[in-house]
Ligand binder design. Structure first.
Ligand code: ADP
Ligand code: MG
Length: 736
């Protein structure tokens, strides 16, 4: 550790927050300095660093140790304990190269003595720098795992070592931060650059959190925090450091969470400030009539969420609410009752689904209700003839139609919905932000003579439940309702794991179900790198099945290379019962409802995430008959992989499964990369740090309650940093 850096240590006190003295703009600018401007980083090193994602000084400072080693206690050699990682200081009294014929290579051995005993040092692989930097008579600090050696002498194989001045032991005792092994770059170099970066740029790390928040949360400023995580003091709590829960870590993590939550909160406030439609409570009474027509009563969760939606709709702020609920939890009826609230108030409701099949399914179900309520409804999808499309669009535009179900075609065909009061998006994660905004914008067009309407309300639906912490990040700018109760009378799908040896038994079970007149899915994973191979797999299996095991049954095949029309055709035949066993390479339509399908076989289940498997399993268990999900794992699967899959056997609750999936694989995998931009943190971890996330959210919202548009004096710096960090991802173009 370099001495000059110790000037960073402030006197210990309970509150260590010194706001950055330089203007935010200057800080942000300075931290963007390319790493190659650091002493000792040449073009070659800079390119290597860039390969690690480290381009700027800020990136380097945020390259944090992933582990800490306790080097605070230098032991005497006679106290060395076999099996423990320990440090010793002594004199190198012997050093020799030996050729070992049996190993056909040279090894290096030495012994270290400190007056209490001697310790063997062995290098089986002699790197040039090792041989060059060792010499007999040196005083060495060595570290490594103590092993039993020859005879009485204990030894360390491939010790880490450093030549030191005799008597300098004490100042060498420290907590050693370990960094991710950077390909080809010596750790020593990384440490040196970090020392330099801390010294030159540490005070420019932008600590602009309001002091009241820092005080309440017990946060230190980023300059101190960075110094502590990179160069912890000897007295630091090493357990806390290793768990990323030290005060320094907390400060850095809080800082990350706070700005994102501030941005999300700001976006929500911005929308709330727009004028929306205030739907009267009763209107003409359609919702009341509809509830009377239902053959079941709403679950408690459905009632609660409907209450939340109605409250939003009555308020004059535009609603932006997400309903997340497992497949089959009954989102459709809730959304339909919301649509009716808009319609009974004289507005139109538009429902967008990601595929034609789903749009058709919804339309079929809901048109029945609409007809009985004497409402005019229509479906608008890409496969209508252009004449039909034109006519439907005209009717919508004239207000002759109150309820429209459609696909992307709704936003692509230039349809205008002047009386749109509510937009509903099913499987919302299949749409991008722009598409969602486009749907909301369908009402904006009007003839010059008509004054513009206020913003329509929006209701989004998702059948992929995600944990609360992740929802707070992804949907932090919306209201979220969780439909966490299943309608009564469902028999949960029985899930079983099979290995190769169980395959034939499993096929026999599938055949039994088919003979009973039920249908089955067989799904193969789609692995991007070997799509070709997978494709051949499914195709080959489909052929084998149709000539062998499943000869007596009609078989269909869908895969990623088919056009969407062709694929939907096969799906339709499956839906109609013409196809009895469906082999698929791609994930089949989420939300497709085929009650007669009672078996889901997933091949290579170990390649799927738990949430994905849960989605697949949700395709069955939709009728009155008991359903089965068979997960076949490849024999080479790791024990960890199998344990992971066993969760599927025990657990049917999508929220709990998502929780486990997030913990096991992280947000990127859980969500797919497209959605995970907002869950991209440098240090923060949504599972580990969920409590801190809650705190950061609370503080950000409280701050916005005081200063809703961030226009106050103290908010100026916040705005600038917010814009820099999240402006792009949150589309906060207007701020700052
Ligand atoms: P999802 O949330 O996956 O969209 P659906 O809305 O399609 O689920 O509902 C699945 C099935 O459950 C439908 O057949 C629906 O009619 C039925 N259902 C919905 N709510 C209830 C309820 N409260 N009681 C009984 N059945 C219900
Ligand atoms: Mg649905």
């Amino acid at each position: 550790m370099k001495d000059e850096t110790s000037s960073f240590h402030p006197p210990a006190s309970s509150f260590e927050y010194t706001p950055t003295q330089v203007s935010p703009r200057d800080c942000l600018y300075a931290l963007q300095t390319p790493v190659r401007f650091l002493k000792g980083v040449g073009p070659k090193r800079a390119a290597q660093l860039e390969g690690l994602g480290i381009k700027t000084v800020e990136d380097l400072l945020y390259h944090l140790p992933f582990r800490y080693e306790d080097r605070r206690h230098i032991k005497k050699i006679h106290q060395a304990t076999i099996g423990k990682e320990e440090s010793f200081v002594g004199k190198l009294i012997t050093l020799e190269k030996r050729y070992i014929p049996k190993m056909r290579r040279q090894i290096l051995t030495g012994s270290l003595a400190d007056g209490t005993g001697s310790l063997g040092l062995i290098w089986y692989r002699v790197r040039p720098y090792v041989a060059q930097s060792l010499a007999r008579g040196q005083t060495l600090l060595v570290h490594g795992k103590v092993e039993r050696g020859m005879g009485a002498q204990k030894r360390i194989v491939h010790p880490e070592f450093e030549a030191i001045e005799p008597g300098a032991e004490e100042e060498k005792e420290h907590i050693l931060p370990i960094y991710l092994k950077p390909g080809g770059i010596p750790l020593g170099a990384i440490r040196r650059w970090l020392d330099q970066a801390l010294l030159q740029y540490g005070s420019l790390l932008a600590s602009f959190l309001p002091e009241s928040i820092a005080r309440r949360q017990g946060l230190m400023d980023l300059c101190r925090a960075m110094k502590e995580v990179h160069r912890p003091e000897k007295t630091a709590d090493i357990t806390a450091l290793n768990q990323f829960s030290s005060r320094a870590h907390r400060a850095i993590i809080f800082d990350e969470f706070f700005y994102l939550q501030l941005g999300l909160g700001l976006r929500r406030k911005g929308r709330a400030a727009l004028e929306g439609i205030s739907f009267a409570k009763k209107g003409s009474g359609l919702t009341y009539e509809m509830q009377g027509m239902l053959s079941f009563s709403l679950t408690g969760a459905q009632q609660r969420i409907l209450g939340e939606i109605y409250q939003d709709m009555e308020s004059s702020r535009p609603m932006q609410r997400l309903i997340q609920g497992d497949v089959g939890s009954g989102k459709t009826i809730v959304a339909w009752l919301a649509a009716l609230r808009a319609i009974e108030n004289g507005f139109q409701a538009v429902w967008m689904a990601p595929t034609e099949l789903l749009a058709e399914q919804h339309y079929r179900n809901l048109k029945g209700f609409a007809d009985r309520l004497a409402l005019s409804s229509a479906m608008l999808t890409g496969s209508l003839s252009s004449k039909e499309k034109k006519e439907t669009a005209r009717q919508i535009e004239q207000g002759e139609i109150s309820f429209v179900v459609g696909t992307h075609a709704l936003i692509q065909e230039g349809v205008q919905v002047p009386g749109m009061g509510l937009g509903i998006i099913d499987e919302q994660h299949r749409f991008g932000v722009l598409q969602r905004m486009a749907l909301q914008g369908l009402s904006h067009w009007r003839p010059a003579s008509v004054p513009p309407l206020p913003q329509p309300d929006m209701l989004l639906m998702s059948a992929t439940p995600i944990p609360r912490s992740l929802a707070m990040v992804l949907y932090g700018d919306m209201e979220v309702s969780s439909l966490d109760e299943m309608p009564p009378g469902r028999t949960p799908v029985r899930t079983r794991l099979f290995g190769e040896e169980g395959r034939n038994r499993m096929y026999e079970l599938v055949r039994e179900e088919l003979r009973r007149g039920h249908q089955a899915y067989v799904v193969y994973p789609l692995v991007e790198a070997s799509e070709q191979l997978q494709l051949r797999d499914a195709t080959r299996m489909a052929e084998e099945f149709s000539q062998g095991l499943f000869r007596e049954f009609r078989l269909g095949l869908v895969h990623g290379r088919m056009g969407s029309e062709e694929r939907e055709q096969v799906m339709r035949r499956f839906q109609g019962g013409e196809v009895e066993i469906l082999v698929a390479t791609t994930v089949i339509e989420v939300g497709i409802d085929i009650p007669n399908a009672t078996v889901m076989v997933v091949e290579h289940a170990e390649r799927f995430g738990l949430s994905q498997l849960h989605q697949l399993r949700g395709r069955v268990g939709r009728g009155k008959d008991p359903s089965h999900c068979y997960l076949v794992c490849y024999d080479g699967s790791s024990p960890d992989g199998l344990r992971r899959l066993q969760i599927m056997e025990r657990e049917n609750d999508g929220f709990k499964i998502a929780e486990a999936d997030l913990a096991l694989r992280g947000p990127g995998e859980l969500l797919g990369t497209r959605q995970s931009g907002l869950a991209d943190f440098r240090l923060a971890n949504l599972v580990r740090d969920s409590r801190l996330l809650l705190e950061a959210r609370k503080e950000a919202l409280a701050w916005l309650a005081e200063d809703p548009a961030l226009t106050g004096k103290q908010s100026r710096a916040l705005r600038q940093i917010l814009k820099r960090r999240w402006g792009g991802r949150l589309e906060l173009g207007g701020i700052g």
